[in-house]
Design a protein around this ligand. Structure first.
Ligand code: PNS
Length: 163
């Protein structure tokens, strides 16, 4: 039986911190599904289909195109429905700080209550511990350089989006 994990998120846009978590999860699990999920609590910058495209391009840029990674989106219903549909054994999330612990803990408990799905937390590479999509969006919107925080394809995309 193969062990499948789901790495969900808004990925608006994908950052080097996300890539770090995805790459490490792909070394632990037989297959990893990176799933762009609509988060109604957040005002999105990038359409979901384009976020999926940027993840594909970012994985290719990092030499992960041929890895055991599937990229998908999910906007109808609960995340655990996707997780059980693909036969995944766990959700994998990155935890950068106590703020993330407070944000992620209720979701992990609810997902386990809903469908018995466990959430596994990976600590980030310290190089990425301060990187977030919202910070990237803000820096980019105000004309700053986001190249240290995101794959080059994303930096290029944001340059044209926020021009
Ligand atoms: O990157 P984000 O925005 O922090 O990701 C949060 C996300 C989208 C993974 C989370 O909001 C989610 O799982 N939404 C799907 C709806 C759902 O299943 N809600 C109930 C359990 S949290």
């Amino acid at each position: 039986m193969s062990n499948v994990a789901v790495v969900p998120g808004s990925f608006d846009p994908i950052t080097l911190g996300h890539i770090d978590v995805i790459e490490r999860a792909s070394g632990i699990f037989d297959e990893v599904h990176v799933v762009v999920v609509h988060n109604p609590d957040k005002h999105a910058l990038i359409p979901i289909a384009h976020r999926v495209d940027l993840i594909h391009s970012s994985l290719a840029e990092r030499g992960l195109a041929d890895a055991n990674i599937v990229v998908n989106s999910w906007s109808v219903g609960l995340l655990v429905d996707y997780v059980t549909d693909v036969g995944a054994t766990a959700i994998v999330k990155g935890i950068r700080s106590q703020v993330d612990v407070a944000y992620e803990t209720p979701m992990a408990i609810v997902n386990r209550n809903l469908a018995g799905v466990e959430t596994i937390f990976l600590l980030p590479d310290p190089a990425h511990a301060h990187v977030s999509s919202s910070l990237v969006r803000q820096v980019s919107a105000l004309g700053g350089d986001v190249a240290p925080y995101v794959p080059a394809v994303v930096a290029e995309f944001l340059k044209h989006t926020t021009d």
